[in-house]
Design a protein. Structure first.
Length: 98
């Protein structure tokens, strides 16, 4: 799946079948469903899951919690927009989990 295909899929009522949980979390966030996205991300015990979790708390405005999760993901707090970070995470996860 390409990044553009992923973005188009967000207009559908459900995520694509067999979508990796990392991408499911990002898909729900793309639909502005923070709660569903967070519920999925917090169950993923990998650096990528921590990165998504960090991004979600940054989006929420809870920078202390975001900082904790960025540390768990071995990533610095980004200086890019939330939109750009979401795109970066999606592209990275698509490379690894598509």
């Amino acid at each position: 799946m390409t990044f553009e295909e992923f973005k188009v899929s967000i207009s559908n009522p459900q995520p694509p079948e067999n979508l990796h949980p990392l991408l499911q979390a990002l898909w729900f966030d793309g639909k502005d469903d923070w709660e569903s996205s967070h519920n999925i991300a917090q169950e993923i015990q990998t650096a990528e899951g921590s990165w998504i979790h960090a991004y979600l708390h940054r989006k929420e405005g809870d920078l202390g919690n975001a900082s904790y999760w960025y540390n768990r993901a071995n990533r610095p707090m980004p200086k890019v927009s939330l939109k750009e970070e979401w795109e970066n995470i999606v592209k990275e996860c698509l490379k690894q989990k598509a």
